[in-house]
Design a protein around this ligand. Structure first.
Ligand code: PHE
Length: 330
């Protein structure tokens, strides 16, 4: 017994070796039990007691050792001094980077953010915004309608959030409406069935086209650099009158003409205009007292310009090799 007590096993494997040596069928103690028959009858009682005691004590000791090394086994693998491997942080999505930058720029001139549902009703997306019933945007080609109820659809622009703000808040209103929008388009490198917009709306007394132009010039210079110039071209939207599309000077060629700007020196980035009085009235705002401007831009388009991505689909493919590149882009 003393021999077993003095043993210093170093690990669970040593303990197992000891068990085999002392407690297995052919082990030392089994051998002693085998020799028991040779013990003189008058000593059998005492020797039998000693043998049983030896066996139990040995068993207990080995169990203790086994427990000790079983616990230490996992601790031995856990090396607390090892240099930790770095935890990988995710990176911000390029569209989020651009969206946040747009929000940041406009928030510096007083705009706050408003959000609304992606599944909308016809009134908030079209009717309140002066789309006549036969307008092509209502056509199945452009809009995803819910089959069972054509009054419910996936919003085609975040102007629907502007409708919600105009019907629930009193002017002055100065909001940005960022979000995902859906259009029934064939997917290619330059179009997708969903994309992201940030639309802006400002309604107050005496808001003029000059205010719109100044806000957009400020945005363009903040976003693309102080050398950037803007150009407004007449356009048409049902909800604004007059309406315009805004180009910025191409920052790739500096306006001299390249493939990106199709050799015009200008790149289109957004639609805008003065909110049509009919829209204000539909939303319960007195168009004789208030006027306003609105604009809407595509986040993917701005991101393409900023990051020179050639294929719009990369933004939604979740390829980490692509997404990781924008970590500290802005
Ligand atoms: N809603 C328009 C679109 O989806 C953009 C826009 C917004 C144009 C506001 C003018 C004013 O293309």
């Amino acid at each position: 017994m003393q021999e077993v007590k003095n043993l210093q096993p170093a690990n669970a494997e040593d303990v197992e070796q000891l068990r085999i040596k002392y407690l297995s069928k052919k082990g030392v103690i089994a051998q002693l039990f085998a020799d028991f028959k040779n013990v003189a009858n008058e000593e059998k009682r005492m020797v039998g007691q000693m043998l049983n005691e030896l066996k139990n004590t040995t068993q207990d000791m080995l169990n203790d050792m086994k427990d000790k090394y079983a616990n230490q086994g996992s601790a031995a693998k856990l090396d607390l001094t090892r240099t930790p491997s770095a935890i990988e942080f995710g990176t911000r999505h390029p569209l989020s980077i651009v969206k946040n930058e747009i929000i940041d720029i406009f928030s510096r001139i007083g705009f706050t953010v408003a959000e609304g549902p992606e599944i909308e009703d016809d009134w908030h997306v079209f009717s309140a915004l002066n789309f006549p019933p036969e307008h092509p945007a209502r056509d199945m080609q452009d809009t995803f309608f819910i089959e069972k109820n054509p009054d419910i659809l996936l919003r085609t622009h975040t102007s629907s959030v502007q409708t919600r703000v105009m019907t629930t808040q009193k002017p002055p209103i100065r909001v940005l409406c960022p979000g995902r929008v859906y259009r029934n388009e064939a997917i290619s490198y330059r179009a997708h069935c969903f994309f992201h917009q940030v639309e802006g709306l400002y309604i107050d007394k005496n808001v003029s086209f000059a205010d719109l132009k100044q806000a957009l010039l400020y945005f363009a210079k903040e976003m693309f650099g102080s050398e950037t110039q803007i150009r407004l071209r007449p356009s048409y939207f049902p909800f604004t009158e007059p309406s315009a599309e805004m180009d910025i000077s191409c920052d790739i060629c500096g306006g001299t003409g390249c493939n990106f700007c199709k050799h015009t020196g200008w790149v289109e980035i957004l639609g805008c205009g003065m909110v049509d009085p009919a829209v204000l009235e539909a939303c319960g705002i007195d168009s004789k007292v208030y006027s306003g401007y609105a604009f809407g831009l595509g986040v993917e388009r701005i991101a393409n310009l900023k990051f020179r991505c050639k294929d719009l689909r990369m933004f939604s493919e979740n390829d980490l090799r692509f997404l990781k590149q924008f970590d500290s882009a802005l």
